[in-house]
Design a protein around this ligand. Structure first.
Ligand code: ZN
Ligand code: ZN
Ligand code: FE
Length: 747
């Protein structure tokens, strides 16, 4: 028979995910000879055999690849045949560090079956995992991904585990976190004797800190209003919605309604928190997500979660263990230091978390996933340049190592080197010392993982962002990019847009080129440049930062724009101010004292929510948008009148109509009409540039109602309209936009 030999170079997430044994088993099945090896440039396979067998082998490489792998490309070459005697896995020591790291994964079905099987030797083993599931990024100290470089290095495998680890036919071949009851890390419970007692504590309304994959959760019975109230009080988190964990989809379904994609996301190996509709018959306590319609839901994802749910039937609040907006705690020491007395029991596992990573948060808008926080399961996101989640954009390798340091809130960082781009997991709001330490630790991790040293740093133009100040102090070549331009570039990257676009950047806050605070911007972006062709007429933030937390101050400022102080309409928000306060604020408004100008769309939402008497003081970011959304029902509601003058949208004109509607007792119509007004406004701007594709960016587009009506509108006009899906539309992708900006100068 005529044999041929081929060399395949496979790139992507192909290491530490069982790719070599998969190739080995496949080669045996198709009677091929040759070898498979991990190298710095990917997995290299030599396969020799009949042409038809090779064809079958090749197509199975794609169609049957292991669950945690991702193939970004296969180079195929014909080579001369050799005298192979069999197919072998070549043990190699990786020296090059450009390999993509797999994010962490939920327990797989096979492991879950073994966990529950009384005859299996890992029955009830709280850290059961295999090549197809379990922790990855969270336990990696450095590359290559081998056990001595993970937090499992202190635990020596027993003989049976070792046998599984070294046998290519086993599901746990080279599964680095492999362990069992005999040889693995122990569970240490404080405040209870065993999991039964932990479950009892939860049933009695107690609070439990439990170690997950990327950090600790604080848990309590999600149907117990008192327990939830205590958790909120102890965590200093008065109103912000809390995520709820269910054992499985069947349990979740009793409380929420999901479409097919939402269900698929809930059950996916990434197991994110999915924002879904809470149903009328939900038994979840009202104070879990007060005043809003949706509920953040996730399903159990570690073996320990499943063991707990065997003892606790019901729903658990599962919120990151931290105080306010600090990073998630990853060690028991941190729990006792910062949350001493908060939890009645602490369930710790001796397997150390090297890299803390928060739960991911997603929602589904118009049939597409929308990433709100990229964490466990999705991050770090590594992409070969030239490949984006939606297509091709940047071709060729970058000549410099680029570090993008991200924004101040929802911070993430991004790296580009060689032909790789990496977006870090969510780091958080950098205003606390702890959070900035987390930023620095994450940078150290990536430097170590990838032997990365930046040649070029990209930061936001903001004078005071911690990241920008840090970047300026590095004594390295530096690029600064305007915040909303970065939002737009992130979206352009994801959709592989390499042309001039018209962009709506609707956001909370971003430092503008004129020194004011931007956030309701219409930009035309071309290459590495942009032009601001429109914006909301600026309003004064009474009390500066205070106005960001107090929608009533924004509403008052809007009223000052529209009415003389003695002709102010009698709205409830005025009564929330102390005697004389309004007069003082009016003077500040007139003189511009501690009242910076902003064109922010996020603030306009705040103002509308307060005018309507819906929210006067917010306790978490984005609250006004969520509360207005809960009051939207009519996609056809008539928009308010508006006027655009030399690119500037006259917001006071809209506000006057809103006030009229409220005074006429038609408050209930306002949210729908307000959102529809914004769609009409975008339509008006877009008519000036009928040929340009439209890009949407900024945190305001997390508003599902606004986003879906905007997309529907432009779809009806057959206009191309893009929004991010796999990367966050909020500040979590500022680093991505920044690194794309850097690449424009380095490719
Ligand atoms: Zn598994
Ligand atoms: Zn063992
Ligand atoms: Fe932003």
């Amino acid at each position: 028979m005529n044999h041929i030999c081929k060399k395949y170079t496979i790139r992507g997430i192909v290491q530490g995910v069982g790719f070599r044994p998969f190739v080995y088993m496949l080669a045996i099945k198709h009677a091929l000879k040759g070898s498979v090896e991990n190298t710095g440039s990917g997995v290299i396979v030599y396969a020799q055999g009949a042409a038809r067998a090779l064809d079958a082998f090749e197509s199975a490489l794609h169609s049957e690849a292991p669950p945690l792998s991702r193939i970004d490309g296969i180079d195929t070459q014909n080579v001369t045949c050799k005298a192979y005697t069999d197919f072998e896995i070549i043990e190699s020591s990786l020296t090059c560090k450009s390999t993509a790291i797999s994010p962490d994964s939920a327990i797989c079905d096979d492991c879950l079956e073994e966990l529950r099987n009384p005859k299996d030797r890992r029955n009830g083993y709280f850290l059961i995992n295999c090549t197809n599931c379990g922790p990855r990024y969270s336990i990696i100290d450095t590359l290559p991904y081998d056990r001595p470089n993970t937090s499992m290095r202190d635990f020596e495998m027993c003989a049976t585990c070792k046998e599984e680890y070294t046998n290519p036919a086993e599901r746990r071949y080279h599964a680095q976190p492999i362990s069992c009851h005999d040889c693995g890390p122990k569970m240490v419970i404080e405040g209870a004797k065993n999991l039964e007692q932990v479950a009892y504590c939860l049933k009695e309304g107690g609070i439990v800190a439990l170690k997950g994959i990327g950090g600790f959760h604080l848990m309590c019975d999600a149907t117990n209003e008192n327990a939830v109230a205590r958790l909120r009080e102890r965590k200093n988190r008065p109103k912000k919605p809390l995520a709820v964990m269910f054992k499985d989809y069947a349990a979740a379904e009793k409380n929420v309604t999901c479409n097919a994609l939402e269900q698929a996301l809930l059950e996916s190996k990434e197991r994110p928190i999915v924002l879904v509709h809470q149903s009328a018959q939900s038994t979840i306590a009202k104070n879990v997500a007060p005043g809003i319609e949706c509920l953040g839901v996730m399903l159990a994802y570690t073996p320990l979660h499943y063991l707990l749910f065997e003892r606790f039937e019901g729903a658990l609040v599962a919120t990151s263990a931290n105080v306010s907006d600090e990073p998630i705690y990853r060690s028991k020491t941190q729990i006792f230091e910062h949350l001493g007395g908060v939890a009645d029991c602490v369930v710790d596992v001796e397997r150390e978390i090297f890299n803390a990573v928060d739960d991911s948060l997603v929602q589904v808008t118009r049939g597409a996933i929308q990433m709100l926080r990229m964490g466990r399961g999705f991050a770090p996101l590594s992409l070969p340049l030239g490949f984006t989640p939606q297509g091709h954009f940047l071709r060729g390798a970058c000549k410099q190592n680029i570090l993008a340091v991200g924004a101040q809130q929802k911070n993430t960082m991004a790296l580009a080197f060689g032909d790789t781009l990496i977006l870090s997991p969510h780091i958080g709001d950098l205003s606390s010392v702890e959070a900035f330490e987390f930023f620095e630790r994450t940078l150290k991790t990536f430097k170590r993982l990838y032997d990365f040293e930046p040649d070029l740093v990209v930061c936001d133009k903001h004078p005071d962002y911690m990241t920008s100040q840090w970047a300026r102090a590095q004594n390295l070549p530096l690029l600064e990019i305007q915040h909303h331009h970065a939002h737009v570039l992130a979206c352009m990257f994801e959709h592989a847009l390499d042309e001039t676009v018209l962009a709506f950047a609707f956001d909370g806050t971003g430092y503008g080129l004129d020194g004011t605070i931007w956030g309701g911007e219409v930009l035309v972006c071309e290459g590495a440049d942009f032009e601001r062709i429109g914006y909301l007429s600026p309003l004064r933030l009474l009390g500066g930062e205070k106005a960001v937390k107090e929608p009533r101050r924004v509403a008052l400022s809007l009223l000052f724009e529209c009415f003389e102080p003695d002709k102010m309409p009698e709205l409830p928000l005025l009564k929330t101010f102390a005697d004389g306060e309004i007069e003082v604020l009016y003077k500040a408004w007139q003189k511009g004292l501690n009242a910076p100008l902003t064109s922010s769309m996020g603030r306009l939402f705040d103002g509308v929510a307060s005018l309507m008497d819906t929210l006067h003081v917010s306790t978490y970011e984005g609250q006004s948008g969520l509360m207005l959304e809960a009051r939207c029902h009519n996609a056809k509601a008539a928009p308010f009148r508006f006027k655009i003058d030399e690119g500037v949208l006259d917001t006071p004109m809209i506000v006057r109509d809103i006030v009229d509607a409220i005074i006429a007792g038609k408050s209930a119509e306002v949210p729908d009409r307000f959102i529809n007004t914004l769609v009409s406004v975008m339509d008006a701007y877009s008519a000036w540039y009928p040929k340009l594709p439209i890009v949407l960016g900024g945190g305001v587009f997390q508003n599902k109602t606004l986003l879906s009506r905007t997309l529907a509108h432009f779809e009806s006009l057959k206009r191309r309209c893009y929004v991010q899906s796999h990367t966050p539309v909020n500040d979590g992708a500022i680093a991505l936009g920044q690194v794309v900006y850097g690449l424009k100068f380095s490719i």
